[in-house]
Ligand binder design. Structure first.
Ligand code: 5GP
Ligand code: MN
Length: 340
């Protein structure tokens, strides 16, 4: 992957004129979002910058082991500190998202800030208004991989130390299902090779990411697979729903439903999988989509659930009840597929 010389030149200029940098990822953070915030934070701190990570909402518990995760500002819980850091920053870097709404409440402040903004992301259709400098590359596995390419192109490879390597590796691994999808480019493995050379303990990282589940999460997974999985054979699709009451019953913690959406795809013949999670009772449903081949779930989500994302992995929202969201899906999805 080639990072454009012009973009690199602009980035260098912005960095040269900054001292205090704020890093912001999308809401409902995942390994790629947190990995890129903490990886960049380490690298930029090593370069001598004052760097703050501000996330819209809680960091999922399986990512808290990463260096610096405990000092990230959670905007939803600490607005005043978040605002003060944002207002004193010289440079804002958006990581792993492409439209301002995706960073939740931080958007209100970020919109007003008259400082340079940079976006580093791998989602299609970036909003040209989001940032004046956009490193947007949809062919890379993850924002973490793209970040490693940029760091290499800046000539900063030695600043990417062991702790930063752990973070970037985690992002690549989470966004590719442990290198099972979105990972057919040899470049991804060249970057992974470099991260391994930094001395990361792969086994430890995989254990932290995927084998540190709470008993409640495992029971919630068992429960939904048993009772809340529906198959629509005519559409080669399957979906899972989780009510707010069920989240409470299993003492839901952020990140607990991460990966649930992949389970229906393990059913023979299923090409599309959807997860509906009622985050606020009767008010708000978060939706995750996964697909195989060229079924554009990002397009579907954009049209019917105010969302977006990648061709095969997208997300959306429904402001209303879980029943309404399910009804809308069942009524619109077969027609959408038929049109493709
Ligand atoms: P996940 O299902 O893992 O939450 O998200 C899958 C992909 O869709 C991610 O790349 C994520 O950034 C994107 N995505 C998730 N939710 C939304 C949303 O509400 N709006 C948009 N535009 N993208 C989303
Ligand atoms: Mn990502």
């Amino acid at each position: 992957m080639e990072v454009s010389k012009n973009q690199l030149h602009s980035f260098r200029n912005l960095l040269d004129n900054s001292r205090s940098i704020v890093l912001v990822p999308h809401k409902n953070t995942d390994g790629d979002a947190i990995g890129s915030v903490l990886g960049w934070r380490k690298v930029l701190t090593n370069k001598g910058y004052k760097v703050t990570g501000i996330v819209p909402d809680d960091v999922p518990s399986n990512l808290l082991w990463m260096e610096g995760a405990d000092t990230i500002i959670v905007y939803g819980k600490n607005k005043s500190e978040g605002d003060s850091e944002l207002n004193s920053a010289d440079l804002l870097i958006f990581l792993d998202f492409n439209t301002i709404e995706r960073c939740g409440e931080i958007a209100t402040v970020a919109r007003k800030l008259r400082i340079p903004k940079v976006m580093i992301d791998h989602h299609p259709y970036p909003d040209p208004e989001l940032a004046e400098l956009q490193f947007s590359q949809t062919s890379v596995s993850s924002t973490c991989e793209l970040s490693c390419h940029i760091i290499e192109a800046l000539g900063w490879k030695e600043l990417l130390d062991l702790k930063a390597a752990e973070c970037f590796y985690s992002g690549i691994i989470t966004d590719t299902g442990s290198l099972s999808y979105n990972s057919s480019d040899p470049e991804t493995y060249r970057i992974v090779g470099q991260l391994v050379e930094k001395g990361i303990d792969k086994e430890k990282i995989h254990k932290e990411l995927f084998q540190s589940n709470s008993v409640n999460r495992m029971k919630l997974l068992g429960h939904v697979l048993c009772y809340n999985l529906r198959v629509m054979p005519d559409s080669e699709s399957a979906y899972i729903f989780i009510s707010h009451e069920e989240l409470e019953r299993f003492s839901y913690q952020p990140g607990d439903t991460e990966g649930f959406v992949n389970f229906p795809l393990a059913i023979k013949g299923i090409k599309v999988s959807v997860l509906f999670t009622e985050r606020e009772k009767d008010k708000f449903v978060k939706i995750s989509f996964r697909s195989r081949n060229n079924i554009p779930v990002n397009k579907y989500s954009e049209r019917f659930f105010s969302g977006g994302g990648h061709l095969n992995a997208a997300g959306g929202e429904w402001h209303g009840t879980l029943e309404e969201a399910l009804k809308r899906f069942k009524e619109t999805f077969p027609g959408f597929l038929a049109q493709l």
